[in-house]
Design a protein around this ligand. Sequence first.
Ligand SMILES: C[S@@+](CC[C@H](N)C(=O)[O-])C[C@H]1O[C@@H](n2cnc3c(N)ncnc32)[C@H](O)[C@@H]1O
Length: 247
Amino acid sequence: MAEDPAGGGRRRPVTRGDGAGDRARSGPAEREPDRLRRIRRGYDAWARAYDWFARATASVGGVRAACVDALDLSPGDTVVEFGCGPGVNLPALRDAVGPNGRVVGVDVSPRMLDRAAGLVERRGWENVSLVEADAERPPVAAADGVLATFVTSLFSDPYPVLRRWCELSDAVVVAAFVPEGNRAANAALRAFVALNGRLFDATTDDPLGRLAERTAAARRALDDGATVRERDRRLFGTIVVEAGRSG
Ligand SMILES: C[S@@+](CC[C@H](N)C(=O)[O-])C[C@H]1O[C@@H](n2cnc3c(N)ncnc32)[C@H](O)[C@@H]1O
């Protein structure tokens, strides 16, 4: 790993990929947990469809815009998106940090990263890097902001991961599903989680309970790791945006 001089923000990133649109792979090959392999296979298989779906629904509930606002980025900052998928948040993040800032997208699915790389290339962004890595073992040592939308529910225990993210960044924002809506909204969410039970590793009698536990763990990590906290429920109470900042 080498210090990356490209970032102009308050905190400097240390990544394994340091060029525009780079596709670095993180770390020495180690035996990967089955869960991560399953996630990679699942998202690789659905990358094209997910890309279409995520773009078509990008403005629903104002969730993505609220996340980027909550990061409170300034031009020249460095922001890392964990589980960036096909890159639906990248345009707003790139806008927020400007041409002199730095955006690093991290994902474990090469096919998702292919989609994101296509976007980076089409837009001609020179300050957006993509890294194939496990967000639970961040390949980045420091950033001004960290974002993860619809990713933390896929971790078996989000608490230690988010505590680590709080250590490496001034601001951490996550969007996650929560069963806090009305009956119809919760029923729709239950069906969605049950359908994707293998991906969420939540093939139990109570997939929604498992999801709620993980979202609560993420919240606790931000409560414990950040000094300023915001919580914003959206889309009939089925999605929560949790933001934590230091000082
Ligand atoms: C539901 S998609 C969300 C994508 C994007 N954040 C969005 O909001 O559209 C979840 C993404 O997280 C990635 N992912 C899941 N677990 C991961 C991990 N441990 N490390 C890196 N990426 C991960 C998946 O490959 C997938 O691209």
